[in-house]
Design a protein around this ligand. Sequence first.
Ligand code: HEC
Ligand code: HEC
Length: 350
Amino acid sequence: MNRTPWIIGAALCAAVFTTPAAADEMAPNAGALMKRAQGVFAPLPKEVANPENPITDSKVTLGRNLYYDPRLSKNRDVSCNSCHALDKFGVDGEATSPGHRGQRGERNSPTVYNAALHVAQFWDGRAADVEAQAKGPVLNPIEMAMASEEQVVAVLKSIPGYGRLFSQAFPDAKDPITYDNMARAIGAFERRLLTPSRFDAFLGGDASALETAELEGLEAFLGVGCTACHSGVGIGGGSYQKLGLIKPFATKDVGRATVTGNDLERFFFKVPSLRNIAETGPYFHDGSVGSLDEAVRLMGRHQLGVELSDAQVGKLIAFLGSLTGVVDVEYTAKPVLPASGPSTPAADPS
Ligand code: HEC
Ligand code: HEC
């Protein structure tokens, strides 16, 4: 028996009666994509624990104060928040950031949100964790420009309110105001600077959390190979990779090779996390890339050896938008800083 007419009939019926559904069939299958994504990424935890620096509420409170305190800078005008503004997704929107006397370094300020998840800190990974990282900027001559650890401790001891905050944060310490404890408190504060996004809801099992365009973007992200580097809980932040892996990328910054002394690691950088990426431009280690569109095209060209089509770039950007998270505005609000004492040094613009 010849069944062809039946098949044609069925096909015609489908075409006539199910046009809207047919459009849906073209859309990615959210459930199948979710399974694939769950194998590559992970949702955010509530905090990033460090057994060597347990997170306590009093440590976090102290850390929040220190994070916002410009008295940790020579001219009392630069705080961590100057370059990593917590109400601007942890960045300042500049290619490179002005520090002491407006001086600028060579590198772009990455966001502090979700940074505690990373394999290490800085574009070249030269600090092991957020606690080690926090010791750097305060003494960096072009950032906060304090003269020495001792000077920082003297300033902290001159501010009466910090005595209480440090003893509450470090109840077992005989002399709690130390440079290391300053860094531990800031680190503890940063370990809860996490921004859950709709993509986390999707990874957690909510198939409706992403819109069709974002699902298409996720499919493209998995399909073209971005996940070779941008994977895990940070959608990046977990490894070092060569910038210009397939096609050399012109930059004078050799990145990780400076830290390890290994020539094979020239132009290696920590793969950045793509969480909140739509909000944290300009992009790349030197802030030289102004738009996300351009950043995505350069990634295709230099990291994967493909010229992405406009349609692909559009989809990828739609997906990246779903990684914009929610900032806990209560947690990140600027506190009323403890008042200076009679011996707290004046601003020094030199
Ligand atoms: C003058 C601007 C400036 C100030 C002030 C500043 N930072 Fe940064 N921060 C930067 C820049 C630039 C980098 C990247 C430098 C590099 O990779 O070599 C950075 C990197 C970081 C990172 C690493 C993030 C990552 O993804 O690797 C963290 C965390 C961080 N800063 C926290 C802080 C804290 C905490 C303070 C205050 C104690 C602070 N910063 C003060 C500019 C600044
Ligand atoms: C071979 C590894 C690798 C692949 C594949 C890769 N990236 Fe990257 N990506 C990196 C590295 C390394 C950087 C840091 C560049 C720098 O240091 O200037 C980066 C930076 C970025 C940035 C800028 C981040 C920032 O904070 O400035 C975006 C956006 C980005 N990648 C998206 C993508 C997309 C989308 C794809 C797929 C089309 C992709 N990447 C594929 C390694 C990779």
